[in-house]
Design a protein around this ligand. Structure first.
Ligand SMILES: Nc1nc2c(ncn2[C@@H]2O[C@H](COP(=O)(O)OP(=O)(O)OP(=O)(O)O)[C@@H](O)[C@H]2O)c(=O)[nH]1
Length: 322
């Protein structure tokens, strides 16, 4: 889910920069051609075709990070070539290239690319016969700092928005929206690679009694503690979601000894999850392994049936459907 949102964000930035670049550069293909500057017209045309191809490739393959990188380098190299060919007549193109780089790659990477472009222009172009080197460097610095601040702030805001979108506010576990997207991805990986996936529904036992006896605030703390204990006792690529109320889902990829894995987790919860006066709070587990042909609904239903049986068996236990 996290990656998908980032992918969408990068794809929209890429597409926007692609459209703006193509619209901005296209008139110059004709201007340079009719001025008799065929080489510059060809470089502009290559830039347009390259950007269109790369953005199209990103849309098709979703490889947005690597394509953004290539587009950033491509635009900078293209602008450098144009400045070499046209000299001072085209040096203003350096500014949009510098600004767009900050939106394509990480701010620190953009700084490196921009420094290389600036130094290359200083050493290899003849623009400083006509314009002041000091003014150039200072204006480049101002554009870079301003865009850096803006780009890193929007990246931070995007991350905040992203976490608000997929994280349960109370417990910090992933939320149901994240689950809906992740389970589809898990199903497609499991089908393609035949990876042994496991899905477990965890439901706190007699949680109403905890709320009734100790109050809602203690109930909330128990939910938070359950998330901490589960996160501490699972691997970093296992995913834990709050499904609603006192029901959670654990999605575990690439698992072989799944019964031992779940029983260890259950034992850890039983040992560590306590009310303020030290009474243990237990959890029932309904566990279903992935089977070929499963859909999100059928897989969840199997786990839910197993949970029902765990509750009927007296709670504080795990039932497995393989
Ligand atoms: N503190 C707190 N309680 C919640 C929250 N969401 C749901 N609950 C409570 O969870 C309890 C769920 O009760 P039941 O569905 O009867 O389940 P249970 O008491 O755990 O019984 P079994 O599941 O059958 O073992 C209710 O008392 C809800 O008020 C929450 O965010 N915070």
């Amino acid at each position: 889910m996290h990656n998908q949102l980032q992918e969408k964000f990068r794809l929209s930035v890429l597409s926007l920069i692609g459209v703006v670049s193509v619209l901005g550069i296209t008139p110059f293909v004709f201007i340079r051609y009719f001025q008799g500057n065929t080489l510059a017209a060809i470089v502009d045309l290559v830039l347009i075709l390259g950007i269109v191809t790369l953005v199209g490739y990103a849309v098709r393959t979703k490889k947005t990070r690597v394509v953004s990188w290539i587009v950033a380098v491509f635009i900078n190299v293209g602008v450098f070539a144009i400045v070499l060919i046209n000299g001072v007549d085209s040096f203003l193109w350096i500014y949009p290239a510098i600004a767009s780089t900050f939106f394509l790659v990480r701010p620190i990477e953009a700084i490196v690319i921009n420094i290389i472009l600036t130094i290359s222009c200083v050493f290899f172009s003849n623009i400083f016969e006509l314009i002041s080197l000091v003014s150039f460097v200072i204006t480049i610095l101002i554009v870079s700092v301003n865009t850096y601040v803006y780009a890193s702030r929007s990246e931070k805001q995007f991350r905040l928005l992203e976490s608000l979108n997929i994280v349960d506010e109370l417990t910090g576990a992933l939320n149901r929206r994240a689950f809906s997207s992740d389970i589809e991805q898990a199903l497609s990986i499991a089908e393609r690679k035949n990876t042994p996936y496991m899905l477990a529904i965890l439901d706190l036992d007699h949680f109403k009694m905890v709320n009734d006896k100790y109050g809602h605030a203690v109930g909330d703390q128990v939910l938070k503690d359950l998330v901490t204990i589960t996160t501490d006792n699972t691997r970093k690529y296992d995913r834990f979601y709050r499904f609603g109320g006192e029901e959670f889902v654990l999605l575990v990829p690439d698992i072989k000894k799944h019964q031992a894995f779940i029983q260890n987790l259950r034992a850890a919860i039983k040992k560590e999850l306590k009310t303020p006066d030290g009474k243990e709070v237990t959890v029932s587990f309904g566990v279903a392994s992935w089977l070929p042909g499963a859909t999100a609904d059928s897989w969840l239903k199997s786990a839910d049936d197993a949970l029902y049986r765990a509750k009927a068996n007296g709670r504080d236990c795990a039932v497995f459907i393989d």
